[in-house]
Design a protein around this ligand. Structure first.
Ligand code: AMP
Length: 193
């Protein structure tokens, strides 16, 4: 599978996250997957790419041109293929179009945005690809609480829980994306409005 990983650009996070995401990259390749990602050289994007490279896996990066021109973020310099579109929107579209599954590792605003965009598109039945949240060191516990609160208060339908899977177990996560439960809901069942 082509697995898109969304994750932090920041190099100043706890190095334990880096180690765990590098391991995840290695496991991806052992399970026969390739990497699609935002092309960053630092943070957890860089860690995922290093893990994939260590096992000889294929790396497809997508990073807007202005990241290079304006020195926004470090760019991974060992991608097998690197596409440089003009805009952030094009970047996400290319990543989405070229992925069969999505893994969200810890990150900041950019990662949240990417997670929620791919989740809303699944809620609207614009795709039916597995989405896994890799909840390393409990990083996404509070996000899960916010989602539960929103469900309890009827802002989100309960069955939207089935749109993604959260775990801190590497094997469980890959098992999920490789064998996702079939989504049988229609958009009207997933969304009030
Ligand atoms: P962060 O989680 O904030 O460290 O960002 C992770 C990646 O998402 C970085 O490469 C950001 O540049 C990127 N990013 C931030 N905002 C957006 C956006 N609106 N669309 C696409 N990617 C974004």
């Amino acid at each position: 599978m082509r697995v898109c990983v969304y994750g932090a650009a920041s190099p100043t996070i706890d190095p334990e996250y880096m180690e765990l995401v590098e391991q995840m990259g290695r496991e991806m390749v052992r399970r026969g997957h390739s990497l699609v990602f935002g092309g960053g050289g630092n943070g957890l994007m860089g860690a995922a790419a290093r893990g994939v490279r260590a096992e000889g896996g294929y790396i497809f990066g997508v990073i807007p041109k202005f990241f290079d021109e304006e020195n926004v973020e470090a760019i991974c310099d060992f991608c097998d293929e690197l596409i440089m579109p003009d805009t952030m929107r094009e970047r996400k579209q290319i990543m989405e179009d070229n992925a069969d599954a999505f893994i969200v590792v810890p990150g900041g605003i950019g990662t949240f945005e990417e997670f929620f965009e791919i989740l809303t598109l699944k809620q609207l039945c614009r795709h039916n690809k597995p989405i896994a949240v890799y909840n390393l060191k409990g990083y996404y516990d509070d996000l899960n609480h916010v989602m539960e609160l929103s469900m309890k208060k009827n802002f989100i339908r309960e069955n939207c829980k089935e749109l993604y899977f959260t775990t801190d177990d590497l094997n469980e996560m890959f098992d999920y994306i490789e064998n996702p439960a079939e989504q049988i809901h229609t958009v009207k069942e997933l969304k009030d409005g």
